[in-house]
Ligand binder design. Sequence first.
Ligand SMILES: Cc1ncc(COP(=O)(O)O)c(C=O)c1O
Length: 305
Amino acid sequence: MVHSTGTAGITQLIGNTPLLRIRMFEREFPRLEVYAKAEWFNPGGSVKDRAALSMIEEGERRGALTHDKTIIDSTSGNTGIAYAMVAAAKGYRVKLVMPANVSAERKALISAYGADIVYSDAGEGSDGAIRFVRDLVAADPNSYFYPDQYSNPANARAHYEGTAVEILQQTAGRVTHFIAGLGTTGTFVGTSRRLKEHDPSIRTIAVQPEDSFHGLEGLKHIPTAIIPKIWDPTLADEIWGCPTEPAYDLARAAARTEGLLVGHSSGAALWAVRRLAGTIDEGVVVTVFPDSGDRYLSTGLYGRK
Ligand SMILES: Cc1ncc(COP(=O)(O)O)c(C=O)c1O
């Protein structure tokens, strides 16, 4: 909540992101309304600000997080930036384990907030980072606060209490379909749970990469990954596997036709919107654009064509 004087701490600016109208499928599917939560409007630049703040504040409430502890977790990047920002604002130290091949922009951002980075084997991906952090915590459990974003219900709760409530307000309850990518699964699980409690007829579609070798940073191929404890497949009416190149094409199209510079996983969300559009006559489809394309400029997302 922004104070009436107009001043606010940075963590108070997390959430309440705009819901954007997406028009790129309108000509082909005129009876479909498509919207996306612009999550790069969060102060740390991604949807993960919500989860990081929720897990850190839950740790404070439980007394598990105190100022003599270092916050530690594994992250493919965005959660790390979010932890680093929230921890800096609250005066905590942070250590992050991430695969060595995450983008240069992400490493630079995390270092800029003063967090330490430990690199895990690039070839082992985000699961290698998870195993690495578990070993570090097991070796010295009293030094760390380990939120464990894959297992922490406060991750999904950020979306149950925030993202979903905002979507219901911003669509005046008209949402008929919800689409989100799966990483830790927090966004999909928390938002879908609340939407279905509100109206069980709302259809939910989870999007994962088509296979384990993919270029969709932030997303996980669940069948071949360490399955997040917070994952609840009963909340998904459909789970679709998205190919990498069509997702990149749609991310590029969003930049050029909508003025929306979004990341890989937003391209995957658009791929699922497009697929859904071919199967329904009308509806109010809401998805999530987790971060901005400026995080991926060095990866060639926008430079290939
Ligand atoms: C770019 C990007 N997209 C999507 C996701 C998936 O979000 P969640 O972890 O809530 O499933 C993440 C999370 O790490 C991400 O960084």
